[in-house]
Design a protein around this ligand. Structure first.
Ligand code: NAP
Ligand code: G4F
Length: 326
């Protein structure tokens, strides 16, 4: 039986990846940081299951990571833990660098010194491209593995530094390290302060008659390439099953504005967003990634990965959950 260590186990992706690996008969060791309140909501159905273990640690604490890597010497290590909110990274830049950059170096050092055969997955991001994109032969705009990365946020800078560190450990020490350059992916388990979940939760409350307040949002003009987290964790797994390590863009190849997301979510609930949304200038970021559209051709050709869940199916899944559970 293979063992996989997964950081960020209490987060959206960690919970879906753990389910996938357990289905594939892995022993999954979920790494979580201590909290004064219970934050196992997303994994409560896994706690107590055979082959699902939990270990306490913190990405900023190298000795704890060393202890766990040395104890398990896992076949695979998925680093999904992060300060993952772009807006927050402007308010907490130092913490963001400590968790999202130094934390990754802590794991890479641990693998290099204690378990060099462990295959490593790093959760990189389309936020690393910042405002940059490639212009194709027919004038189409997109980002792929060859697009120059020019991040616009402390989060993007921190993730770009760790992306480069993975490449350095791969080329210098022969570590099997892969970065998945994942575009936005959402689900009913998405954190409540990200755009999509904020919208679907609000609609859930509205439908249930639980709010009379308007929905306050920031920039509606930015464009994102949104997929479903269940599709995206499958890509993470596939990257570590290859014979040699590489980096992959994971995206749907379709782009929509924030306004289109909002409009569609309200329409699918038979509502008109114009009656409920208010713009709040405090929710604008000091700098914004304006346009994201991923070209995942490499993942399709080398991993056989294509997304299976459409934009409307994603929103419907989130709406159904939030209308039922709000
Ligand atoms: P998420 O729901 O915000 O989960 C983040 C996880 O990181 C949580 O389990 C959190 O634990 C943990 N964490 C935060 N600080 C930590 C620390 N100091 N030590 C240990 N664990 C810590 O994020 P997600 O959406 O699942 O994303 C997973 C990864 O993919 C992240 O690295 C994110 O940056 C990256 N990513 C996400 C997307 C996306 O669209 N979702 C796209 C590209 C890349 P607590 O529960 O204790 O807070
Ligand atoms: O949902 P968001 O906060 O996601 P963002 O900033 O694109 O970051 C997410 O995707 C990245 C991959 O590209 C990940 F690396 C990162 O960890 C995270 O998962 O915001 C989406 C868009 C932005 O343009 C934002 O300015 O929605 C806009 N927006 C407008 N009003 C809002 C709001 N975002 C949030 N969170 N809250 C608002 O009220």
């Amino acid at each position: 039986m293979k063992t996989a260590l997964v950081t960020g186990i209490t987060g959206q992706d960690g919970s879906y990846l753990a389910e996938l690996l357990l289905e594939k008969n892995y022993r999954v060791v979920g790494l979580h940081r201590r909290s004064s309140t219970n934050n196992f909501e997303r994994i409560k159905h896994l706690v107590g299951k055979d082959n699902f273990l939990l270990e306490e640690f913190d990405l900023t604490d190298p000795s704890g990571i060393n202890r766990i890597v040395d104890q398990y010497k896992p076949e695979e290590f998925y680093n999904l833990g992060a300060q993952s909110h772009v807006g927050t990274s402007f308010k907490q830049p130092t913490t963001t660098i400590e968790i999202n950059t130094v934390g990754v170096v802590n794991i890479l050092e641990s693998i290099r010194n204690l378990s060099p055969k462990t295959k490593f997955y790093q959760a990189s991001t389309s936020e690393m491209f910042g405002r940059n994109f490639t212009i194709g032969e027919h004038g189409e705009k997109y980002q792929n593995e060859n697009t120059l990365m020019l991040p616009q946020s402390p989060y993007g800078v921190a993730k770009l530094a760790s992306y480069h560190m993975v490449e350095i450990y791969r080329s210098s020490y022969n570590i099997f390290g892969c970065s998945g350059i994942l575009f936005n992916h959402e689900s009913p388990r998405r954190g409540e302060n990200f755009l999509t979940r904020k919208v679907t939760r609000y609609i859930g409350k509205l439908v249930k008659g639980l709010t009379n307040e308007p929905l306050k949002l920031g920039n509606l003009d930015a464009a994102r390439d949104w997929g479903h987290a269940k599709d995206y964790v499958r890509a993470m797994y596939l990257m570590l099953q290859q014979d040699s390590p590489s980096d992959f863009v994971i995206a749907t190849g379709k782009t929509r504005s924030v306004k289109e997301f909002v409009e569609t979510a309200f329409r699918l609930a038979n509502l008109d967003y114009k009656n409920h949304v208010e713009i709040d200038s405090d929710l604008f970021r000091p700098a914004e990634v304006v346009f994201l559209k991923g070209d995942a051709t490499k993942a399709k050709n080398k991993l056989g990965w294509v997304p299976e869940i459409s934009f409307d199916e994603l929103i419907t899944d989130m709406l159904q959950y939030d209308i039922k559970n709000v």
